[in-house]
Write a protein that binds this ligand. Sequence first.
Ligand SMILES: *Cc1c(COP(=O)(O)O)cnc(C)c1O
Length: 476
Amino acid sequence: MRYQSTRGDAPTLGFDDVLLTGLAPDGGLYLPDHWPQLDRDRLLGFAGRPYAEVAAEVMRPFMAGSAAVEAIDRLCREAYGRFARTGTCPLTQIDEGTWLLELFHGPTLAFKDVAMQLLGDLFDHVLAARGERITIVGATSGDTGSAAIEACRDRDNVDIVILHPKGRTSEVQRRQMTTVDAANVHNVAVEGTFDDCQALVKAMFADEDFRRDVGLAAVNSINFARILAQTVYYVTSAVALGAPDRPVSFAVPTGNFGNVFAGHAARKMGVPIEMLTVASNANDILTRFFETGRMETQGVVATHSPSMDIQVSSNFERLLYELMDGDGHAVAREMQQFKQTGAFALSQGQLGRARAGFDGFRLNDPGTLEEVARQYANTGLLIDPHSAIGLAAARARRPDPHVPTVALATAHPAKFPDAVAQATGQRPSLPDRLADLYDRPEHYTTLPNELARVETHVRAVSRRAGGDTAASRVGC
Ligand SMILES: *Cc1c(COP(=O)(O)O)cnc(C)c1O
């Protein structure tokens, strides 16, 4: 299996290089050169099987040639064994035609764990086979940082440094990162904003010597291995609701288009998925695109569903590549124009093809709280604001009463307790294993917003660069 860049100007790579590289050198995103098919018998055979077994079978053909392919059964068992629920991603019925797919039973209570937990295992395995070490550096305003930390903690070949803006994340979010007690996890509170943190990370990636010395790496949402791991719950939930003999539709709370693209990938592998509804909050660039064919950035506004507060959906480029019939240079031209002018437009023919499989939906903050309240009143379930947008989309856009719709629940309600309490009067409690989060000691280092100081710190903790991990941890 080889992977090619969406911009057509990078060498093809195998799975392990795609895993470790992330972004292609021409600025594009990697896609497999063909989609292995799950035929009727394979799909029927998945019914009732443990999630980890289905995951390994779905992923194996994409990993042909990988140093981890022989170990994939065990890696999936370990990764999904860290989820709090049997079934890993269970379905809950909401009404006659709607199911909620609970993707939030991982260590940080959000769907990113489903891919990130496995990615941590894959990274460590591939690096060990190569005799290499890396240092992952990232910036977070909240959620992705904790998912990355939980995925990389206690790994032999990975050190992770996550920058967060001091005093500007919620207490739950900060504590989910800073209470992790692992020698290879390093939290830095930067005296600055989230944008300052991102600028520091960007500057570190631009510093060639530093990059080489520490083996700098990222775990961002454009990594194809993350998309691949996310295809699995589309497969398991479709099979549970009648695939391959009955089509299923999905409503997906969307930010970077990673999760919903994974649904599209499952469809390309042969899962009968009728419609994928792209559900946005007030930051509705994708919804506007599916209405008009024009992708145009506007400013970001803060909402009750912050993980969907995006200006640009980076993974959309993968669908664009398909709509451009695999012409990487045409994709590169559109992306260049988008970068320069903040907009590009597709032809009516291309838009028509996109709309055959995708649908747009948007919900503002008052509508989101209403949906949280409605679900509590109707079902007794507390749902988080992101999941509420998916459920509202499922109700609004169910295209065919004979096609079941699955709304993806991307976060546990206790991750967004204020919005849930405002909507329902009920304050969701943290699951047992996180119940003492507010009592656990925090570990982080405070640094000024200065590149040299941050780089010195990263060098000091990076085992690849010869740093002494334990000595530089600071308890607070
Ligand atoms: C990241 C995230 C999303 C958006 O997912 P994308 O793959 O970026 O579209 C939605 N909900 C929650 C809770 C998230 O953490």
